[in-house]
Design a protein around this ligand. Structure first.
Ligand code: ZN
Length: 238
């Protein structure tokens, strides 16, 4: 049996699928891979771990926003075939949760409701002074630093370097992984916490990893595909 058919069969036979997604899921929607920094200006030689840190947000707010707006403006970016496949999977009641490290909000944009965003989302923002909530327009359409009507600075609800992960999303993710029959890992190299740690909680039947490159968990998986995700899910839709 070829790998696509094998994948199809596992999905057909599973009724409790949990999906873990990383940056690779969004690259075909045109999201820039900020880790590679290719084609990005304004970044000079400062490492991303500093540019996107909690400390830098407060100490260099204007520079923070220059970089942030350049790489994270997702307002015109649309879900791709992989996101849409996962929406169908939720509609069929097989998918119990998507746990994502992405902050682009594309799973929600595709219509998925059961999404756990471990690193937050650019679509949600708040004033650091009065806590008023804002959507992403105020951030991406503003010049310079976005400000609240009260004059306070608006901060994105994304997890910056130096900040803890949202506790509820993390504990809920662990629970979902523990209960899952099938864990489908998409577009993450599984080297960074928390994705790598989450895999350890899986006790189910099928671990499937689809990623462009090898991962440290490939040898534990029942099915491993090293390929482009859009290609795989286009095939799967046939
Ligand atoms: Zn305010």
């Amino acid at each position: 049996m070829n790998k696509i058919n094998e994948l199809k069969k596992i999905i057909e036979e599973s009724n409790n699928i949990v999906v873990l997604t990383g940056a690779g899921v969004s690259t075909d929607s045109g999201i820039k891979d900020f880790r590679s920094k290719n084609g990005l200006s304004n970044t000079s030689d400062i490492p991303m771990e500093i540019l996107l840190s909690n400390n830098y947000f407060y100490s260099h707010t204007e520079d923070f926003y220059k970089f942030y707006k350049e790489i994270f403006d997702c307002s015109d970016i649309m879900p791709n075939v992989t996101h849409l496949f996962l929406k169908k999977l939720e509609d069929s009641n097989k998918l119990k949760a998507i746990i994502t490290q992405n902050i682009d909000g594309l799973h929600s944009k595709a219509g998925n409701k059961k999404v756990l965003e471990l690193h937050g989302t650019t679509f949600s923002n708040h004033c650091i002074k009065c806590n008023k909530k804002y959507n992403s327009d105020i951030v991406f359409k503003s010049n310079g630093v976005p400000k609240c009507t009260c004059g306070g600075i608006i901060k994105p609800d994304v997890v910056l370097y130096g900040e803890p992960l949202p506790e509820n999303a993390l504990s809920e993710s662990i629970k979902k992984v523990e209960e899952a029959e099938t864990l489908l890992v998409l577009g993450t190299s599984l080297v960074v916490y928390p994705a790598a740690g989450l895999i350890e909680y899986f006790n189910g039947k099928n671990l499937i990893i689809i990623n462009r490159d090898e991962t440290p968990y490939d040898n534990k998986a029942n099915l491993v595909i090293h390929d482009n995700l859009s290609k795989i899910f286009t095939e799967l839709n046939k």
